[in-house]
Design a protein around this ligand. Structure first.
Ligand SMILES: *Cc1c(COP(=O)(O)O)cnc(C)c1O
Ligand SMILES: [Zn+2]
Length: 396
């Protein structure tokens, strides 16, 4: 029997019963489990959950469910970092995951947990990366997978989800209510919904921190920059570094820079207004679709973490997102706009002195550029043409 429990991120209430949100204060729950006494060395051919099996409360690391997630490169962006006056700039390229976003880490942990709990159906409510990821792992596990999207989702976004063969349902109705209904119906019918900040999805992101710490030779950068929507990924990454501190492997946490697009920035707004709680953001609109959640379920917890630790939040403009996407591509990494938001935020934080010259930073590049090709229209892309006969002259 593997021990774990759920604890409330706000009031601390602990329970061993499956809980997405606290029964007392309605805030998100963390998964608490024992940590190993030392950090495992890399062994060839291990899957992510085999590698970190002692960090996770699973009876079996289920290598049969792995699609090769994790082990993503931490790319040294030396020239780009130097141009900003940073001592080092790193990019954790999560687009290198099986479905091209970091979501695969948390989907795997969510699916393993669901199956260990005896579920044979899983589901998610999502319009993009989470939907594709859950559909892929559901296919891998050979279990029925329900993906609920809103009725308006365009064809080009349905294809990459439908390809994995889930039960994909366009639901006509309020999207916010759909999230809550999915949990109610799931509980009743025995479908385990892995939504944006489900506790067992959140812990998957801890592996991002373990990897960064190891890739930097058992150290961390001054800043970790994270594009935030629901807040689950940020919570997981923070927890991962907290684990390393608890294990005595790290003296103190890196500082976090939470970044949102101005067009949908409920957390930054609450931070700047000094509000205690995040409120629904009116008429969200941004090119960074993957982080367009107007009412983030883990928003209050992100706010608490940022305030308690003296970290920072920035909202960035549409133009700066496009510019950052280009800057990353010009340095060889084509990421989706939601990921470019991290670089735009870092730039802004350097301009106002939040991040200082000579410091080091790691960008979490959450997803790959080919996820969203409609953005080509917003870049001034050009090419030339010439006849074969004139090619040599043209290249001279
Ligand atoms: C899901 C997602 C995010 C946001 O993560 P949250 O856990 O919702 O905060 C950022 N970037 C990409 C590419 C994503 O798919
Ligand atoms: Zn609580």
């Amino acid at each position: 029997m593997v021990f774990f429990r759920f604890t409330c991120t706000s009031c601390g209430k602990a329970t061993e019963e499956e809980a997405l949100r606290c029964p007392l204060c309605d805030e998100p729950m963390d998964v608490e489990a024992d940590l190993p006494s030392s950090f495992p060395p890399v062994k060839p051919k291990e899957t992510l959950m085999e590698r970190f099996r002692d960090f996770f409360p699973f009876a079996d690391p289920r290598s049969d469910l792995s699609l090769g997630e994790g082990f993503t490169p931490l790319v040294d962006m030396e020239a780009l970092g130097r141009s900003f006056g940073l001592s080092s700039l790193w990019a954790k390229n999560e687009g290198a995951n099986p479905t091209w976003s970091f979501k695969d880490r948390g989907t795997l942990t969510g699916v393993i947990h669901a199956m260990e709990m005896g579920y044979d159906r899983i589901g998610t409510v999502s319009t993009g990366n989470m939907a594709a990821s859950v559909a892929a792992y559901g296919a891998r596990a050979g279990i029925e997978t329900v993906v609920l999207v809103n009725k308006g989702l365009p064809r080009e976004k349905l294809g990459p989800i439908a390809m994995y063969g889930p039960r994909l349902i366009k639901v006509d109705g309020d999207y916010g209510r759909l999230y809550h209904e999915s949990l109610r119906i799931g509980k009743k019918l025995g479908i385990y919904f892995i939504n944006s900040d489900a506790p067992f999805r959140v812990i998957g992101s801890k592996t991002i921190s373990y990897e960064i710490w190891e890739q930097l030779n058992r150290s961390v950068p001054d800043w970790v920059v994270v594009p935030v929507s629901a807040g689950g990924n940020l919570r997981g990454i923070v927890q991962g570094f907290v684990d390393l501190v608890s294990m005595g492997l790290l003296n103190r946490l890196p500082r976090f820079l939470v970044v949102q697009a101005e067009g949908c920035s409920p957390i930054v707004k609450a931070f700047e207004e000094g509000a205690e709680k995040v409120r629904r953001f009116d008429s969200p609109h941004t090119v960074a679709h993957a982080i367009e959640n107007p009412f983030p379920p883990s928003g209050n917890q992100v706010l608490r973490l940022v305030r308690a630790n003296g970290w920072s939040c920035k909202a960035v403009s549409e133009d700066s997102i496009i510019e950052a996407q280009r800057a990353l591509a010009f340095n060889g990494l084509f990421v989706q706009p939601a990921s470019a938001v991290a670089l735009a935020g870092l730039k802004k934080a350097m301009a106002d002195g939040t991040v200082e010259q000579g410091q080091s930073a790691a960008l979490i590049l959450t997803g790959a550029g080919l996820k969203y090709t409609a953005v080509f229209g917003q870049h001034d892309l050009s090419w030339t043409q010439c006849s074969l006969d004139k090619l040599e002259k043209a290249l001279r």
